[in-house]
Design a binder for this molecule. Structure first.
Ligand SMILES: Nc1ncnc2c1ncn2[C@@H]1O[C@H](COP(=O)(O)OP(=O)(O)OP(=O)(O)O)[C@@H](O)[C@H]1O
Length: 258
């Protein structure tokens, strides 16, 4: 079997704001080709972790390694060629067309005039096809549905052609069909293109079915493992107060306590 390539690893990481840590002593490692969900209750620190991993806010302690190099030793341009981020915040560039927005993903590779090469054009075309956006490539982003816009943002991350992709709640606002569609696309990107994909979500049941690994932020142990192992160890049972909902290990989903 081929040796697994370590893409992102975190050791003793504390995250939070100011001097107040939200989560302490995080430790996990992801390899090339793995899809991983970060789950946990509202306000536990999922988005904060994602933003810290993307260097959008400082870590409080510990170390983040990308391809076994300390993240802080990478230049901004090297970081942009290694890691792309899809956030939930509304995008400022909704007046661009679908194709123009996806082309922005090529910025780390263009020269200082921003000239697009033949290779850049091929990568943009491939992203349009992979995400079935070719027919709407000339539409303005403000004319798109939430689901279409979500696909465009992920296509832009694919055009950035980084080995690691981080996404904050990529399935919010989507119906069940489109939630599954987006998560399956992410799984395909990870498995077929050997990307390492880490995303935050409240869709624990879907994540259990589709992810290779999961990080459960519970504010204490914060276990990281493959979903079956996490179920066996009972980590999902302890995630929410039992009076309301209960995890059913047989179905891998939550049931309302009536
Ligand atoms: N800019 C900020 N300054 C200080 N505290 C903040 C800031 N942004 C978020 N927080 C706090 O940090 C905590 C974690 O927020 P975060 O958005 O990471 O949680 P989350 O797990 O993603 O939650 P949700 O599931 O609701 O999206 C919350 O208590 C939040 O109020």
């Amino acid at each position: 079997m081929a040796e697994k390539k370590n893409s992102i690893s975190v050791e003793g990481l504390s995250i939070g704001f100011g001097s107040q840590p939200l989560v302490n002593r995080l430790r996990f490692q992801l390899n090339a080709g793995e899809l991983c969900a970060i789950v946990g209750a509202n306000g536990i620190g999922k988005s904060t972790l994602l933003r810290t991993l993307a260097k959008l806010q400082p870590k409080l302690a510990g170390e983040i390694y990308l391809h076994e190099k300390k993240m802080h030793s990478l230049t901004p341009n090297d970081l942009a060629k290694t890691l792309s981020v899809v956030l939930t915040e509304p995008i400022a560039s909704k007046n661009l067309t679908v194709q123009e927005l996806i082309a922005l993903g090529r910025q780390p590779y263009t020269n200082w005039l921003g000239n697009i090469s033949r290779n850049d054009k091929d990568v943009i075309l491939q992203s349009l096809h992979t995400f079935e956006l070719h027919d709407i490539r000339h539409k303005k982003c403000h004319e798109l549905s939430d689901g279409q816009l979500q696909r465009v943002l992920i296509a832009r991350a694919m055009a950035q052609d980084t080995s690691i992709i981080l996404l904050d709640e990529p399935t919010t606002h989507l119906d069940l069909h489109h939630k599954v569609y987006i998560l399956k696309l992410l799984q395909q990107l990870a498995h077929e293109y050997q990307k390492t994909i880490l995303f935050t979500t409240h869709e624990i049941g879907l994540a259990i079915q589709l992810c290779d690994k999961m990080l459960v932020l519970d504010g204490k142990e914060n276990p990281f493992n493959d979903p079956c192992q996490l179920i066996e160890e009972g980590h999902f049972e302890r995630l929410f107060p039992k009076e309301m909902v209960q995890f059913d290990p047989k179905t891998g989903g939550f049931k309302i306590n009536k």
